[in-house]
Design a protein around this ligand. Structure first.
Ligand code: UDP
Ligand code: MG
Length: 326
């Protein structure tokens, strides 16, 4: 929708994915209003298929404050895709993404914006390690970032999350990149640009429970690694080559023992041939895997999310029309 007097283009967009976060939205909005009082802003709330009436609440907030925009996805697509939906709709010159549960303090927003005013294209945040998080969350996150950086060559640090500011230019560039298997954190680190960093003390979740179980975190970790590294895919090749070497050594041994005359006739050479063939199989499966996975990812071509409903001006639900009876 083109900007009008009633809907001027905001300077700042704050994008927040929300899955069953009804109890946090009032406090979130109040704190954002307070933090961004010197700016023209919009708050894009993306309901990721909540079952607790989150979207009805977003609609109520949007009716009270026209700076609030809401989207409701057709089902739960997961945090990364809800975030992507919000980023697609954001119109600000600087776009800040954060969680709905107030673990990312809105009071930090002026700091992020100051770095942006000073010329940073990306402002990353990093939580100061604190006793507030469960130990397993800190430990798994530490392990993941260490493995990720090693496998991909893209450097990321423990405590970084999707709480960050992106300049419009960076966001536009990132949104053109393939959206399947989204791992925004990795993409932002990969992108480069002038980057500033801000540290903050993570707070407790205001209301509700964490949606990131160990299983979901593992899923995100796998998505991140496979999106940025083909090393696991190529592991078959390494395995195959190693087995080939073993098979070759065994082959030499078979010939040698035959020559010395104390081999069980036929047995060693049979094993050597079988091992060699298996090794070659591993290599070939590894190579085919590399190519098939590339093609597979490309042809899927499904949209990363579907929007069921929106709030506000540019988002009036389309009227349904039917063909007139013949
Ligand atoms: N979230 C989402 N869809 C999901 C899971 C989470 O939109 O399927 C949102 C959630 O509402 C919150 C953010 O992603 O705003 C981070 O989730 P959460 O706070 O549960 O993760 P944690 O902080 O425990 O890692
Ligand atoms: Mg949280």
């Amino acid at each position: 929708m083109p900007p009008t007097a009633e809907h001027p283009v905001p300077q700042i967009s704050v994008v927040v994915p929300a899955y069953n976060e009804r109890g946090n939205l009032d406090a979130l909005l109040a704190q954002i209003i307070d933090a961004l009082r010197d700016w023209r802003w919009e708050l894009v709330l993306v309901d990721d298929g909540s079952e607790d009436g989150t979207f009805a609440h977003i609609e109520a907030l949007a009716a009270r404050d026209s700076r609030v925009k809401g989207l409701s996805l057709s089902r739960n697509f997961g945090h990364q895709y809800a975030l992507l939906a919000g980023l697609d709709c954001a119109r600000g010159q600087a776009v800040i993404s954060m969680d709905a549960d107030l673990q990312h303090p809105p009071s930090l927003l002026p700091d992020l914006l100051q770095h942006w005013l000073d010329g940073a294209d990306i402002v990353l945040t990093r939580r100061i390690p604190a006793g507030r998080l469960p130990w397993w969350k800190v430990a798994t996150s530490n392990a993941f970032y260490a493995i990720f950086s090693r496998l991909t060559g893209v450097s990321m640090h423990e405590g970084e999350s999707d709480f960050r500011l992106l300049d419009r230019n960076v966001l536009d560039a990132l949104l053109t990149i393939d959206r399947t298997h989204l791992f925004l954190r990795g993409l932002v680190s990969w992108a480069g640009f002038r980057t500033a960093r801000v540290e903050y003390n993570v707070r407790d979740r205001l209301s509700g429970k964490s949606k990131y179980s160990l299983r979901r975190m593992f899923g995100l970790a796998m998505t991140g690694i496979t999106a940025f590294s083909s090393i696991p895919l190529r592991a078959g090749i390494g395995l195959g080559l190693a087995t080939s070497l073993l098979a070759f050594a065994e082959f030499i041994f078979a010939v040698w023992s035959h020559w010395r005359g104390y081999a069980v006739p036929g047995w060693v050479s049979l094993i050597a041939v079988i091992t060699l063939l298996f090794a070659l199989n591993f290599v070939l499966i590894g190579v085919i895997g590399v190519y098939v996975s590339r093609i597979f990812e490309k042809i899927q071509d499904r949209p990363p999310y579907l929007i069921a409903r929106r709030t506000n001006g540019d988002a009036t639900p389309r009227t349904r029309t039917r063909l007139p009876p013949a």
